[in-house]
Structures are given as C-alpha cells and as structure tokens.
Design a protein around this ligand. Structure first.
Ligand code: AMP
Ligand code: MG
Length: 316
C-alpha cells in the first residue's frame, strides 16, 4: 500500500509510537539510522516489503537488511552461533550486518531475503531507530530511503524530496549519516566480508581471531553463478506463457486457469509479495514451470527481472 499523504513525524515518544503504528498497518516509514535514512517496512509482511520496492522504483529484487532492536530479537529470526555472538557483543548496536542462516519458523517475507535461505540482520545504533524498533517490536526491512538510482538521504528533507507522497511517514530526527554503509559479514559458511563499511575488516578479524574471506566483486549476489544456484528453480522456466504446455505447471497472473496465482486481481504489489514463495512451491512439483505474462510497468519490472534470471540458461 502506498499512501497519498506523507506524515511528518518528530522523533519524540508520540512520533515514534505513531510510526510504530504505521509499520504495524503494513505501511512504510522513513527512519533515521546512523548510516542514512532508511525506508522501513514490516519484514514479515510481504505486501509491505513489496511496497518498499514500489516506492523506490527499484528494478530488481536484491535482499534487504532486517533491522531489529536487540540480539535476542535477531535470534528469533536467524540461527545464532559463537561467531555471531562475538561480533554482536563487540559491534552491536552499530554499522555491522550479519548474514546468518534463517531459523525455522522465522516468518520473514521471502521478498526480504530474495528467496535465499540466509538473512542479513543488524541492530542499528541511532537512538531513534532503536526506539522505533523497540516500540514496533518486530523486524524492519530498510534499504536507503531514496528513489532507485538517486543519492542516499541524510536528512528528512532529502527523503521528502524523493519519496514525499509515496510513503506513510518520515520520522525526522535531524541530519544523520556518516555516509558509510554497514559492513556486511557472512557467517552462514566460512566467515566472509560481503561488503566493506562502517566497521573495519581488521577490527572484525581481531575479534574473531581469524582472517575473513573477502569477496572481490563487492557484490556477491550479482555474481552469475550465485544467482543461478540461489534463485533458479531446478526445472526449466518458460515466460509469457498463455497456457500450459505438456507437463508444465502454470504460475498465473490475473484471471487465468493455473496451478498457483501470483495475483488473481493482477495486482503487482501482491504478485511481488508472492513471487519467491510461489516459485519455491511450484519447484517442488518437479515439473517445468510456465509463467503468465506480467506487465513491465512499476513493480512488474522487478518481477520480470527475477523471472528472466530464473528462466536463463543454467551454468553447467
Ligand atoms: P543496503 O540495503 O543498500 O544496505 O544493501 C543491502 C546489502 O545487503 C546488499 O548489498 C545485499 O546484497 C546484502 N545482503 C542482504 N541480504 C543478504 C544475504 N542473505 N546474503 C548476502 N548478502 C545480503
Ligand atoms: Mg541505497
């Protein structure tokens, strides 16, 4: 849901409570963090997460960082480990994101993880972000609060200029931002630096007492091999299908006869929210997957981007 009017909320107890209420309703709130203003939505609510992409006009689904209030909140969603504990004790709250295996019964929308079985999670240090997360008492997915391709916002005015009218509220706590993004460390396998940022590599290595693997590309998830193995169903995927051929199962969009429907009402936000779970579900059938045509407008562009990757020829 995207609201027509954007409220300006002040970072006091009343404003924070109202912001938490909007998040509970599945609406979007721009919130200050110690890096930049983030565009927050309930990470358990697929429609809320889809509307983050919609508001930003993001042309592809990259996994988002889930922001939580405390270590114990992080443990509700991710599998904890000694290394996670060490780094959390040393650097949380702060600009360090941990990528951990999802925990059974996590409840996080697949649109947050882009269908991966890991979750990027952190406890931000900004007092307003922490107060909002505590009041909301749930995980908040939050990329930077700017239209896709534009500069990250460090004031409420920046957010307003880019997203005014497209989100429920901006929680204004004045200028924020050292400009450095959070450091992202993968702990699902060998400890790996996935993105450099506000906490130095050396500090992390000193804390863990091991060297981190470093990803040269700087963007693990756009590496083609990664994308294929993580995002592609086992079965072939055929796009723009008017109907089933042979053995195929059909992933529908709009009023069509199909095995699973992304959105009977042809609603792109609903379709985005259902995308990853639907692909996983149909993949279980072991049959080839055909997908109805999906308009390329708005969120449709990101949906089609992901579907094209799923349908692309596989690495051997
Ligand atoms: P931003 O929202 O701009 O701070 O970007 C989030 C970053 O986290 C992106 O670079 C993502 O690729 C990365 N990320 C999020 N979730 C995961 C994950 N499960 N595994 C690896 N990287 C992730
Ligand atoms: Mg950004």
């Amino acid at each position: 849901m995207i609201s027509s009017g954007t409220q300006e909320l002040t970072a006091n107890p009343d404003g924070i409570e109202r912001a938490a209420d909007l998040l509970r309703q599945g609406l979007l709130v721009a919130l200050p963090t110690e890096t930049v203003y983030g565009l927050g939505g309930d990470a358990r609510n697929g429609q809320a997460v889809a509307s983050i992409y919609e508001a930003k006009g993001r042309p592809s689904f990259n996994p988002l960082i889930a922001h939580v209030a405390s270590v114990s909140a992080a443990q509700r969603f991710a599998q904890w480990s000694d290394q996670a504990e060490q780094l959390a004790q040393a650097f949380w709250p702060g600009p360090l994101t941990l990528v951990l295996p999802l925990r059974e019964g996590h409840g996080i929308s697949a649109l947050v993880t882009a269908g991966l079985d890991t979750l990027a999670v952190r406890v931000p240090a900004h007092p307003t972000a922490r107060a909002l997360l505590a009041a909301f008492d749930g995980p908040v997915a939050a990329p930077s609060a700017n239209p896709s391709g534009l500069i990250s916002p460090t004031t409420a005015d920046h957010v307003w200029a880019g997203l005014g009218g497209k989100i429920a509220a901006v929680l204004d706590a004045g200028p924020c931002g050292v400009g450095l993004e959070s450091t992202i460390v993968g702990l699902a396998g060998e400890p790996t630096l996935l993105r450099p940022g506000g906490v130095a590599l050396e500090q992390i290595e000193q804390e863990l007492g091991v060297h981190l693997h470093v990803h040269q590309s700087g963007d693990l998830l756009t590496a083609p091999g990664q994308l294929q193995s993580h995002y592609a169903p086992d079965a072939p995927v055929r796009l723009n299908a008017a109907s089933r051929h042979g053995e195929e199962v059909l992933l529908g969009f709009g009023p069509v006869d199909c095995d699973l429907n992304l959105s009977v009402n042809a609603n792109l936000t609903e379709a985005a929210a259902n995308l990853f779970a639907s692909l996983h579900e149909l993949n279980k059938s072991g049959r080839p997957i055909a997908v109805s045509p999906i308009p390329d407008a708005g969120l449709g562009a990101a949906i089609n981007d992901r579907l094209r990757r799923a349908a692309a020829p596989r690495d051997s």
